[in-house]
Design a protein around this ligand. Sequence first.
Ligand code: AMP
Length: 216
Amino acid sequence: MELVLLGPPGSGKGTQAKVLAERFRVPHISTGDIFRKNLREGTELGEMARRYMDEGQLVPDDVTEAMVTDRLAQQDAIAGFILDGFPRNLAQGEHFQPMLREAGRRLTAVIHLVVGRSVLITRLTGRRVCPKCGASYHVEFNPPQVAGHCDVCSTELVQRPDDSLETVTKRLEVYDNETAPLVAFYEAQGLLMEFDGELPVDALADAIVSRVSAHG
Ligand code: AMP
């Protein structure tokens, strides 16, 4: 099971990837999460990525590609993966094909989550995350039990710096210009499967699982 989740920021890739990873028993690999972990740990990679992330820009391809190659070679990803946030532009998409081929693998499908622009903005600007365990909430649609605190570990929730309205606008622009061309790229390869990303989480996961399973 080698899946890519494609969709704008706020389309629910991370949420779906977690559910699908459990259902298909393969790891959820999020390039954004790996960058954020490096940032928290103050690694050289994290410091380098910070200035791009803070501005809603993409981290350079060579750095990102090397990081993904390393991650996919790890033992737990041998049986498959759910990739969330990669590839993010045509250059990464084109680089990804031979990278997989060399490892004797190929994509099962690319899941495209379609969500209206105003919903994306509401979801992203209202998102709050736990800096300790990574759990994600929404001030209106998925509030924690105690306002401002994580249900799992009680840590005070924060807004991701790149979820401010200004950076969200930039990220959506970067998506339109750089990531959206991947839709046609994967459609031409017969790999694209489109879904309504505004469906409730479980209904959407069911739809994806049944279509991917029927396909495979
Ligand atoms: P995400 O959590 O997927 O929204 O990613 C957060 C940020 O990490 C993005 O705005 C980029 O700065 C960076 N990032 C994540 N994935 C990639 C990628 N495949 N290529 C370049 N930058 C990325």
